[in-house]
Design a binder for this molecule. Structure first.
Ligand code: PLP
Length: 388
């Protein structure tokens, strides 16, 4: 699909989200790409592939539509869709790291990412250092010349909503000859486009805001450099954790409404954060949109909105935090995030339990909210009631 309008100007985000990679079906005119629920393709004579399709692990037209759309909305050159966010991370790391290599990771990385480094790659000789990425001097000090292959960034981070300066970290990575990898799951490409700020690779759990409806698990990688894209595509096929056709179709459908959903997520989350900030039972609120957040200025510079995730600490400690999670009605007690419905969870005992006893352990009195797109008055009333 053309990426420009009739005046030759590049299409805006929402137009790309709805159209990129998706021509109406040439046979029927169907405006939505069909679900190509197929494993193999008839060849016109040996090696005579139609459109390059031979076997659906290597490529499938529904997945291709999603991959092209992901590349367009992240302002990248190549997108790749996987069975989950962790499958995408695994493909990237096994493509660029070898035993003896080293990666700098955030000191508040998503628990599953940390588990991958701490419990899987460590056994294969890939070393890591966890650093507060807001401290650029500490990042520089953690880089091991000739050994550090990547600086891994999550901004905003999960679950403490830490903000790091993507452009500054890209400069450090470039000097070190390392890749700057940004997990853009929390921000989404609508709010932040890391490749335009100098990052080399964007990672997504598309399970979250990109899919947006809590009905599909998936992951993605997007890169600016076509050569790196080829290397990742080779590993994607060689390792095989691809997105299936129906999952790709659901994810593509989610992307079409990403911008309108994110506007509402941002507005609702800001209202929730301000209400919590004024609540006597809340000792600290983590939301990059609050002027009191230490990363507020950087977030305002590199994001067009502050996202739908809010975390807070209960002033009365761990048990009180756990009880609040059990008392909400509209906020559903559950893991994951980024769907239209609001979710509440206790990271210390749920999503981040695997980080216990490590440098990435989260405060025991922390509660994480994925603020959905319901009526804001209903959300505020639900939280107010649960806090008592
Ligand atoms: N990155 C972040 C920031 C996440 O929150 C998650 C999952 O919660 C992942 C990666 C992993 O994605 P998935 O659960 O789709 O494997």
């Amino acid at each position: 699909m053309t990426k420009a309008n009739r005046s030759g100007e590049p299409l805006g985000f929402s137009s790309l989200a709805i159209h990129a990679g998706q021509e109406p079906d040439p046979l029927t005119g169907a405006v939505v790409p069909p679900i190509y629920q197929v494993s193999t393709y008839k060849q016109d004579g040996v090696g005579g592939l139609r459109g390059g399709y031979e076997y659906s692990r290597s490529a499938n037209p529904t997945r291709t539509a999603l991959e092209e759309c992901l590349a367009a909305i992240e302002a990248g050159r190549r997108g790749l869709a996987f069975a989950s966010g962790l499958a995408a991370e695994d493909c990237l790391l096994r493509s660029v790291c070898a035993p003896g290599d080293h990666v700098v990771i955030p000191s508040d990385a998503y628990g599953g990412t940390f588990r991958l480094f701490g419990k899987v790659y460590q056994r294969w000789g890939v070393e890591w250092t966890a650093v507060d990425l807001a401290d650029l001097a500490a990042v520089r000090a953690a880089v091991r010349p000739g050994k550090t292959r990547a600086i891994w960034v999550e901004t905003p981070s999960n679950p403490l909503l830490g903000v790091s300066d993507i452009a500054a970290l890209a400069g450090i990575a470039r000097e070190a000859g390392a890749l700057l990898v940004v997990d853009n799951t929390f921000a989404t490409p609508y709010l932040q486009q890391p490749l335009t700020l100098g990052a080399d690779v964007v990672v997504h759990s598309t399970t979250k805001y990109i899919g947006g409806h809590s009905d599909v698990v998936g992951g993605a990688l997007v890169v600016a450099d076509p050569e790196l894209g080829e290397r990742l595509a080779f590993h994607q096929n060689a390792m095989g954790a691809v997105a299936g056709p129906f999952d790709a179709w659901l994810t593509l459908r989610g992307i079409k409404t990403l911008s309108v959903r994110m506007d509402r997520h941002c507005a609702n989350a800001e209202a929730v954060a301000r209400m919590l900030e004024a609540h006597p039972k809340v000792s600290e609120v983590y939301y990059p949109g609050l002027e009191s957040h230490p990363g507020h200025e950087i977030a305002a510079k590199q994001m067009r909105g502050f996202g739908g995730m809010v975390s807070f600490r209960h002033a009365e400690g761990e048990n009180a935090a756990v009880e609040v999670c059990g008392r909400t009605r509209l906020f559903i007690l559950g893991e994951s995030l980024g769907g239209v419905e609001s979710l509440i969870e206790h990271p210390g005992r749920m999503t981040h339990a695997s980080a216990a006893g490590s440098p990435l352990e989260v405060p025991a009195d922390l509660v994480r909210l994925s603020v959905g797109i319901e009526e804001i008055d209903d959300l505020l009333a639900d939280l107010g009631r649960a806090l008592g």
